[in-house]
Design a protein around this ligand. Structure first.
Ligand code: PLP
Length: 379
């Protein structure tokens, strides 16, 4: 039998971390409000100060945050042009808000394609479908080097720009944090993310009016002006104070943890040597917090082979992101509110990429073992 298994993630808390969590949890119990209260507000302030934003709102997950955003924009029966290599959560949020999913292809760097955005927009115009939103997805903290052009395009055409930043917290491009470029963004604090509290997330908006609307829409579509009335169709997307406590404690240690992820990423980049697989760097100007490390193989069969070898060697594949794009998901393509499009680079990325483990708890010898396994397979 091979050495000990390398786990898919292995979150751990030091005694100091635990003391801090206990302190915060005591506050939750003493205040006895339990949801959407002081700690949620503190969490929002801390996020604002870290990512240099002004209008953050705590929410129960990135999925619910995205749903609140698409409901607030009101995408019902309008198109949302959305990067197709994303988790079903993004599609779910658009569908729940009644939007039409128009999938967007990747560029050759495997980030949201500006050229394909022009094609998708033209197609919507041709079919007379109003475009309400563009949704880019910062997979593994990677952003399109054309994100500022995408923003200009959205402004020119009066379309709302949403960043699904579930995977990109504290990543940046040209010194601006991802999640602060679009009109709205959503970050995830789910267990495996760079900041984790089990289930939780942050919505960020670019102005106060949007923030007020989101606050009402995470509370069943509460009326802005008339107490006890509810104007919009929405749900309960508020964050529990217990989860806010965990998120605050994780935010306080996240800089060191992100640094460790970046070191691991750099180690993979330097030490995996092969002509069959390529380390996927971030686009120019983009610094990732490295939720994942990404490689792309020349051929899907190589990716399959590596996955099988990792299984045999008891190395958990952190997970591909994602093997099946939303453009092949039955609940999306079988819906009436879907516009099928050709997505060549998305298909290539989804079939050929893989993500070896990258999380702060990994030990140096475990990373070396993963690198050796890869080098033996592909040399
Ligand atoms: C790109 C993307 N969007 C949305 C989500 C949903 O996040 P949550 O689990 O916080 O709802 C995820 C979760 O992994 C994700 O990767």
């Amino acid at each position: 039998m091979d050495k000990d298994p390398i786990r898919i993630f292995n979150i751990s808390y030091s005694d100091k971390d635990k003391t801090r969590i206990h302190e915060l949890v005591d506050r939750v119990i003493d205040e006895a409000f339990l949801t959407n209260h002081t700690l949620c507000r503190e969490l929002e302030e801390k996020v604002n100060s870290l990512q240099k934003s002004l209008y953050s709102i705590a929410t129960s997950s990135a999925t619910t945050g995205l749903e609140a955003v698409f409901r607030t924009i009101n995408v019902r029966n309008k198109a949302v042009i959305v990067q197709a290599n994303t988790f079903i959560a993004t599609a779910h949020a658009i569908q729940a808000a009644g939007g039409i999913i128009v999938p967007l292809d990747l560029s050759k760097e495997y980030v949201a394609s500006y050229n394909d955005l022009l094609r998708a927009y033209a197609k919507c115009n041709e079919l007379d479908i109003e475009v309400a939103a563009i949704c880019v997805v910062n997979i593994s903290g990677r952003a399109s080097e054309k994100i500022f052009k995408i923003k200009e395009f959205s402004e020119e055409h009066n379309i709302v720009l949403v960043e699904d930043n579930a995977q990109g917290f504290l990543s940046s491009i040209n010194n601006k944090f991802l999640g602060t470029i679009g009109n709205y963004s959503v970050t995830s604090f789910q267990t495996t993310k760079v900041v984790a509290c089990g289930e939780g997330g942050i919505i960020n908006c670019d102005n106060e009016e949007r923030q007020v609307n989101i606050r009402n829409n995470i509370f069943f579509g509460k009326s802005k002006s008339i107490p006890r009335l509810f104007d919009y169709e929405s749900g309960n997307f508020k964050l529990s104070e217990m989860n806010a406590a965990l998120a605050i404690a994780d935010l306080e240690r996240c800089k060191d943890r992100i640094k460790r992820r970046q070191e691991i990423n750099a180690f993979y980049k330097e030490n995996v040597k092969s002509k069959f697989i390529k380390f996927l760097p971030s686009p120019k100007g983009n610094i990732s917090s490295n939720y994942k490390t990404l490689f792309v193989a020349n051929d899907p069969l190589i990716t399959k082979g590596i996955e099988m070898l990792f299984k045999e060697k008891r190395i958990a594949m952190t997970g591909s992101v994602y093997r099946e794009p939303i453009s092949v998901q039955p609940r999306v393509i079988e819906s009436r509110k879907y516009l099928a499009r050709e997505l060549t680079n998305t298909a290539k990325f989804c079939n050929c990429h893989f993500a070896p483990p990258n999380y702060p708890e990994l030990k140096d010898e475990e990373i070396s073992r993963i690198v050796d396994t890869l080098n033996k397979f592909v040399s």
